[in-house]
Write a protein that binds this ligand. Sequence first.
Ligand SMILES: C[S@@+](CC[C@H](N)C(=O)[O-])C[C@H]1O[C@@H](n2cnc3c(N)ncnc32)[C@H](O)[C@@H]1O
Length: 352
Amino acid sequence: MQRVQNIRKVTRLETKLSKIIKKQGAIPLDQYMAIVVDYYYQHHAKIGKKRGDFITSPEISPIFGATIANWLVRTWEEAGKPVFNLIEAGGGNGTLMHDILRFSENNHELHQALSEVYMIESSQKLQGVQKKTLEPMNNKVKWIERLDDYEPNRFTVILSNEFFDALPIKQYVRKNGQVYETCITHRDGKLDFGIMPSIANYMPNISEKLEDGEMLECSPAAQGMAQHMATVIKEHGGVMLVVDYGFEDGNKVFSLQAIRDHQKVSFFHMVGQSDITAHVDFSALAFACRSEGLENVVITSQGDFLLANGIEHISQRLFSHLGPNYKGIKALERLTGDEHMGKLFKVLTAYT
Ligand SMILES: C[S@@+](CC[C@H](N)C(=O)[O-])C[C@H]1O[C@@H](n2cnc3c(N)ncnc32)[C@H](O)[C@@H]1O
């Protein structure tokens, strides 16, 4: 019988990064993650059930987008029905925005009040996919690569689903009383984790937060992004909604992961062709929002949020004609169940 060998394929990006590291020395984890995530989304990103690397809530079922549309209608009504702009950061295939616009389209008042729709998307590849998905929907949609390109001019609703988990993180570790950070180095002919003296400390009193041998993750990029979103909202009013998987109370767990073809793979497997992410620190996002003057900041579990915004009713309305085995039941359980996405995924809402 032929033995199956676990052949490790070295990608072009890995070769390039290895050369850089051999020449210049190890690079901090967040720099590595920014390069690899950007490369993945520019060249390889595949989101979805059949031919994707991973599946997200909007791709699981339209009941997710319909429930977010329900939340949007309520939020907009509570705000006094202002003329508003709608932004989605990191829209993937464009499915969530498609479903929100579709399921709110009967609300003529809301659609009259919806002035401009922006998709913030750094990947040209995914911008192309989103343009196809959203083409039949709305001529109001514009694409920008970063939030800096948005000029706040009115009440703004900013949404994101599984966007923050793609932003780079740092890991701080304490060894013999000294604080270091995780870096990526080249060892025994391949990329590997290492530690280096911390070049920028983004966490105040870090050494007090860590016992010897402990590790703590944080994302200056995610905090900066939340702060920026909050300043936009603060200027003319608005709300932000962040859906992602993560934790609320400081993370001393190694949460980096790589996914390819719906399988968890090693962090250095097919560098640039596997999706790498980390858990989102929701308390850090909440802190960033409050520091910019947003007073109403709430974090809930995805399960509680979706149930409070009518997902059961929506699921019945959309699928009950298909009989008792309708696939909506499975999707509902997957999106809201504690043992599925209901608990691990969190929702942050923030407004002035
Ligand atoms: C995990 S996908 C989520 C896709 C989609 N929201 C969904 O739920 O299916 C992450 C998305 O964020 C985008 N993205 C990642 N980093 C970004 C950045 N720095 N700026 C803008 N978009 C980014 C990716 O291109 C992709 O569209």
